[in-house]
Write a protein that binds this ligand. Structure first.
Ligand code: GDP
Ligand code: MG
Length: 443
């Protein structure tokens, strides 16, 4: 799985505190391989990696304790977003029935099966549905849909021999109108490969039917071909959404990502079996997990975020117990305070620091103040952050200029740091018990 591969990349790098651009490149190479293994189209992979690199280069990852998990998290979040985010897109039903739904796609992609699956789903929502086969090419196609309609418990348009697809479309529409159907689903003929005749016919039917939904049905096992198919149909038809069939197969979900990225269309449903009730509302999180080859990636990602906080808190507690509290640690504290919604959140967890708590409250800690303090600390050299004692007037002036603050503000920060360090030193005298508690509470 991707997580294991990333872990081994980062294990090789362990011992170094900070990740370089090169380290991130190496990690992203693994992400790239995982995406290509999942059959995501190459241009889509490139685009995705470029975005992930931008994110991964952010401060949070570089300073993180478990970079492998963080890169997985960034990748996973990126995939979910690229797949359309959380929350499902249902069908757009017209306020003015009948709603017309047109099924398009290559032969064998699952159009007819999906048409029946949609009919069943809609009839369970108490919609009156008419299924109409416009497939004049395959002799058995019309009977196939009629049989499925019976299974779904919905009506199908009576078969009339010798009619052209556009004529059947017209007949279906007028039947639907006259007989008060809520939804009419037009199932078209496909070809085994993309060709002009099929596209022209589908476009003509779309012009006649003026569909509210034009769904491209595609086999999720098609892999790299998915992009070409999606693009070709998208150019000729007013597509409104995608349905990916055979999500129950061995595919890794790459086609979903490719098609979504190329067309920008929402993936509305996944076909998950041959049976008539085998249609699931699309779930970006599930597919993202599948692309990464991770059984339960959501849990893993949540754990990664938690581990990060725990590991940081534990490392901090160990150092505090030794009486160490430098400005880097203070910067971490400030960042954490900001995340936890200010001083109250963090200090409330620490036993026996009422005095510091009060002082800090008096220092008027706001997000803005926290940002300025972070800016001051990051304008210092490593040596200065380790040993604030060396900060003489000239160094302070340099830092003030760098952070855009007055020297007085630096002095205030140093005083606050001394007070915190003293308080922590005092706490460490009880054998570090307070710190063990603190680590436990934060974790
Ligand atoms: P069409 O040519 O696009 O109309 O494709 P069909 O609807 O006739 O489907 C072709 C074959 O794929 C049939 O044997 C279906 O049972 C099967 N099929 C369709 N959707 C799914 C799916 O989601 N999962 C599985 N396993 N098989 C499917
Ligand atoms: Mg068919």
């Amino acid at each position: 799985a991707l997580t294991d591969r990333l872990s081994s990349v980062f294990d090789r790098l362990s011992g170094r505190g900070v990740l370089s651009e090169k380290d991130i490149d190496e990690a992203l190479k693994e992400v790239r391989t995982a995406l290509l293994d999942a059959d995501v189209a190459l241009p889509v992979v490139r685009d995705f990696i470029a975005r992930a690199r931008e994110q991964a280069s952010g401060e949070a990852v570089i300073r993180s304790v478990r970079p492998a998990d963080q890169v997985v998290k960034i990748t996973y979040d990126g995939l979910v977003e690229m797949l359309g985010g959380e929350g499902a897109e249902g069908l757009n039903l017209s306020l003015n029935p009948p709603t017309v739904i047109l099924m398009a796609g290559l032969q064998g992609s699952g159009k007819t099966t999906t048409a029946a699956k949609l009919a069943l789903r809609l009839s369970r929502e108490r919609k009156k549905v008419l299924l109409a086969s416009l497939d004049t090419r395959r002799p058995a196609a019309m009977e196939q849909l009629a049989t499925l309609a019976v299974q779904a418990g919905v009506d199908s348009l009576p078969i009339v021999a010798g009619q052209s697809a556009p004529d059947i479309a017209r007949r279906a529409l007028s039947s639907a109108r006259l007989q008060g159907f809520d939804v009419v689903i037009l199932d078209t003929a496909g070809r085994t490969t993309l060709d002009e005749a099929m596209m022209a016919e589908a476009a003509e039917i779309a012009a006649i039917g003026q569909p509210h939904e034009t769904l491209l049905v595609a086999d999720s096992l098609t892999g790299q071909d998915a992009v070409r198919t999606a693009r070709a149909f998208h150019e000729r038809l007013p597509l409104t959404g995608l349905v990916l069939t055979r999500a129950d197969g061995d595919g890794r979900g790459g086609a979903a990502l490719s098609m979504r990225a190329v067309t920008g269309l929402p993936i509305k449903f996944l076909g998950v079996s041959e049976k008539i009730d085998g249609l699931d509302v699309f779930d970006a999180a599930r597919v993202a997990g599948r692309i990464l080859g991770q059984g339960d990636i959501v849990a893993l990602v949540e754990k990664a975020a938690q581990d990060l906080d725990t590991a940081k808190a534990e490392a901090m507690a160990r150092r505090l117990a030794k009486g160490q509290f430098d400005l880097d640690m203070m910067a971490d504290q400030l960042a954490q305070m900001k995340r936890m919604g200010g001083m109250e959140g963090l200090m409330g967890l620490l036993p026996g620091v009422q005095k510091v708590k009060k002082q800090i409250a008096e220092a008027n800690i706001s997000d803005k103040a926290l940002d300025r303090q972070a800016a001051i600390i990051s304008s210092m050299t490593k040596a200065e952050r380790r040993k604030p004692d060396i900060l003489q007037a000239s160094r302070k002036r340099r830092i003030a200029a760098g952070a855009g603050v007055e020297v007085a503000e630096i002095n205030r920060l140093l005083k606050q740091h001394r007070q915190m360090a003293d308080a922590f030193k005092m706490m460490s005298r009880d054998g570090g018990k307070g710190f063990a508690r603190m680590a436990g509470m934060l974790g």
